[in-house]
Design a protein around this ligand. Structure first.
Ligand code: KIV
Length: 275
């Protein structure tokens, strides 16, 4: 019996253009993060549209409390191994903290490295109107940029908390203005994180590019989750927007403990597992 073709082999390569077309025809965009080759392959074969090499790597891979310690070199490494595992989805690489804030020339050089050296197809920058000129410069040389508004984890030391953003009218207005500024600067999509669902739905309707929500309700054009959160691997926090689709952390712990018991009890390896 012929084996079922992989999702990635039966559907066309996702591009920034196809994401905009998905918004136009009302098809929701599904996005997840990946940081390594194997996970990237599995995520891609699920039929995911976007694989984000997130700087959330700083927390779920490196064990830091925040994302701010992640370096450009680390993101280049993660992006390179992820790119090798992805055939169909669009690979977007996060620009880490201080890789794009100093000036537009440095941002352009670093974004270029993500594309040329690591194989990313687009980059993501946290921020709104304040970085619009930088985004224009990057987009101007042909590098697609994804924006990121609402809770922007690289600014955690300014916010002081990971609580929901834009609950006050002034900050909600800022998010509305920032979305427009990003659209005008040429982004192909915007991530909107942890803001009230009504605001995210309004912003999604107000711009022509897809708005991909995380903790931003069902009115966005798509959804993204951190893979390690939705698999139950990263359990330090459990925000209510994370639906756990598996409990892999528990499954791994059980397997490790079973192995230790077997070794101690000389039940592993068996004769059949020996030469
Ligand atoms: O770093 C990341 O994983 C992200 C997502 C939360 C959108 O930016």
């Amino acid at each position: 019996m012929p084996t079922k073709p992989k999702a990635s082999a039966v559907t066309k390569k996702v591009t920034t253009r196809s994401l905009v077309q998905m918004k136009q025809r009302g098809e929701k965009i599904a996005a997840l993060t990946a940081y390594d080759f194997l996970t990237a392959q599995l995520v891609d074969e699920s039929g995911i549209d976007v694989v984000l090499v997130g700087d959330s790597a700083g927390m779920v891979i490196q064990g830091h409390e925040t994302t701010v310690r992640v370096t450009l070199e680390q993101m280049l490494y993660h992006t390179e191994v992820v790119s090798r595992g992805v055939e169909r989805a669009l690979v977007v690489a996060d620009m880490p903290f201080m890789s794009f804030q100093v000036n537009a020339d440095e941002a352009l050089r670093n974004a270029g490295r993500m594309i040329k050296e690591a194989g990313a197809e687009a980059v993501k920058l946290e921020g709104g109107a304040a970085i619009a000129k930088t985004i224009e410069k990057i987009v101007g040389v042909g590098i697609p940029v994804m924006g990121h508004l609402g809770l922007t984890p690289q600014s955690i030391h300014r916010f002081g908390t990971y609580q929901v953003r834009a609950t006050e009218p002034e900050e909600a207005d800022e998010v509305r203005r920032d979305a427009k500024a990003l659209e005008a600067a040429g982004v192909f999509a915007i991530v909107i994180e942890k803001v009230p669902a009504a605001l995210a739905a309004e912003v999604s309707k107000s711009v022509s590019v897809p708005v991909i929500g995380i903790g931003a309700g069902a009115g966005c054009d798509g959804q993204i989750l951190v893979t390690h959160d939705m698999l139950g691997l990263y359990t330090r926090f459990h925000p209510r927007f994370v639906r756990r689709y598996a409990e892999l952390g528990k499954a791994m712990q059980d397997a490790f403990e079973h192995y230790v018991r077997d070794v101690k009890a000389t039940e592993f390896p068996s004769k059949a597992e020996s030469y």
